[in-house]
Design a protein around this ligand. Structure first.
Ligand code: FES
Ligand SMILES: [Fe+2]
Length: 322
């Protein structure tokens, strides 16, 4: 039996921090309907400059706040009858034709934080508050580093399958044309949410050939930073978030920056290399199934460790437990 729908193990949507927009895509007063985590949401930037995310549908008669809703101070006003909801608490703060506000007049307000050029929300299937944080990436916005370039794409694959790529050194040889599978090491952060895998290889660059390390940092399944060390006085950073649209579609956002001294000689090649790399992965992602219990061999130890680490980010039934 080899039909895609029969072979595919459905993974739940994981918990964690996930980007829902680039910061530059949301100006003060902007209101955007967004769909992530299999839910309809609205994203807006209040007058104080803070980004907010609330559930899309008005508790009154159910209008979608993201289609015609308006920012009023730090609230969003429903387009249908003008009820206003505070972006931080979700509580209705004003009904234009009525004094008394029903206590049930509130929408769910999501935990939001904005850093590293992206707007993140905390998603937890059971509604638990944020359980960990992730760091500011010092390269982004630093004067020695280039203005970040961005790109984004949607991929018909579960978010974990995309993230797994970083932790799969063997595929670099077969999908991305590396000469051999690079030796790698893994380390975990104290709280267990952070994971680093480092691969070592010789890199031919426009400024010479070097022994380099490719460092992939992950904070949960939604967020990773890939950086290179070993090229003197130069650095590259690919910061990315993979966000579940639903259990089988992922929105991936990338923010790319390099040290200024690299940009003139290698900036374009760097950009082209990244987009070409993602394109090489696309046919695999778009057609694969997820195997909750893959057949692994001894050489797959990084994949086995990655899979084990990811289990903490699922709070409901996991197909590997069936
Ligand atoms: S439906 Fe939103 S105010 Fe009536
Ligand atoms: Fe890849």
């Amino acid at each position: 039996m080899a039909r895609r729908d029969q072979e595919h193990d459905v993974l739940p949507i994981p918990n964690g921090w996930f980007a829902v927009a680039f910061s530059t895509d949301l100006r003060v007063g902007d209101v955007k309907p967004i769909s992530y985590f299999d839910e309809d949401l609205v994203l807006f930037r209040g007058r104080s400059g803070e980004a907010k995310v609330v559930d899309a549908f008005c508790p009154h008669l159910g209008a979608h706040l993201g289609h015609g809703g308006r920012v009023m101070g730090d609230t969003i006003r429903c387009p249908f009858h003008g009820w206003q909801y505070d972006g931080a608490t979700g509580q209705c703060t004003h009904i234009p034709y009525c004094e008394r506000i029903p206590p049930k007049a509130r929408v769910r307000a999501w935990d939001v934080q904005e850093k590293n050029g992206m707007i993140f929300v905390w998603h937890h299937l059971e509604g638990k508050p944020p359980e960990w944080d992730f760091p500011v990436q010092p390269e982004i916005g630093h004067s020695d580093w280039s203005e970040p370039r961005t790109f984004e794409l949607e991929v018909p694959v579960h978010v974990q399958d995309m993230h797994e790529n970083n932790n799969d050194p063997v595929h670099f040889q077969f999908v991305h044309g590396m000469m051999e599978t690079p030796p790698s090491e893994i380390e975990f952060g104290e709280d267990g949410r952070y994971y680093r895998i480092v691969s070592h290889s010789e890199q031919v660059t426009p400024v010479g050939t070097f022994q380099t390390s490719l460092i992939r940092d992950s904070w949960g399944i939604g967020l990773s930073a890939v950086s290179t060390t070993g090229i003197p006085n130069a650095g590259l950073l690919m910061y990315s978030s993979t966000t579940p649209i639903d259990a089988t579609h992922t929105h991936s956002r990338w923010l790319l920056t390099a040290t200024n001294n690299m940009v003139d000689v290698a900036g374009e090649e760097f950009m082209r290399g990244i987009t070409a790399g993602v394109n090489q992965d696309m046919p695999i992602w778009s057609n694969k199934v997820h195997r909750a219990r893959p057949v692994l061999c001894e050489g797959d130890q990084y994949l086995a460790q990655f899979r084990k680490w990811t289990r903490q980010f699922y709070s409901t039934d996991h197909p590997a437990d069936d």
